[in-house]
Design a binder for this molecule. Structure first.
Ligand SMILES: [Zn+2]
Length: 180
């Protein structure tokens, strides 16, 4: 599948999860969504470079281990990312270690491998789950923000429980930030 198609699938899967669990506004409770989708979330002190890992045992039960040492916003992104793997990548390995996640614009060395494609798609899913376009448009209708207005961006990021970097990237991808 071409990248555009993969990203569209991720976006649609995130929208479906939100609808399935009747999520109406931010911040999206990713922990509750993970539980509702059958994933047990645990918090463990992991190496700084590891965001989390997703483990599927022989009975098919899934556990997402999230790095307890990371910022809550990053933990939320990681949980959303693991839900993405859970829903989109049934044929992945039994253990996925999300090390130095291919965050945002980072250029990994092994671009084009199945693993890279899975990571990219899980990140797109996470962004769409935490920052649904519909919710962003609703916020945009009731408040002004621009990339250069730091307090406004921070306030919007807080509303969604994401970092300003993640918000910025998402808004750019959706074409909602002008003059960039
Ligand atoms: Zn991953």
């Amino acid at each position: 599948m071409a990248n555009d198609r993969l990203l569209k699938v991720a976006e649609q899967a995130a929208t479906a999860v939100l609808q399935r669990h009747k999520v109406k506004e931010p911040p999206v409770d990713v922990e509750a969504l993970a539980a509702a989708e059958g994933i047990t979330v645990t918090y463990d002190a992991l190496e700084e470079s590891v965001s989390g890992l997703l483990v599927r045992d022989s009975s098919g039960n899934e556990t997402a281990g999230i790095n307890a040492l990371h910022h809550p916003n990053r933990q939320r992104f990681t949980i959303a990312h693991e839900i993405g793997h859970h829903l989109l990548h049934p044929n992945r390995p039994e253990v996925v270690v999300d090390e130095m996640m291919f965050y945002f614009r980072g250029e990994p060395r092994d671009k084009g491998t199945p693993e890279y494609v899975r990571e990219m798609q899980a990140n797109a899913f996470a962004a769409a789950l935490l920052m649904p376009k519909k919710f962003l448009l609703a916020e945009a209708a009731r408040r002004e923000f621009s990339a250069l207005d730091e307090p406004a961006m921070r306030s919007l990021a807080n509303r969604f429980g994401v970092s300003t970097q993640a918000l910025n990237f998402r808004l750019q991808n959706l074409g909602m930030l002008q003059g960039m």
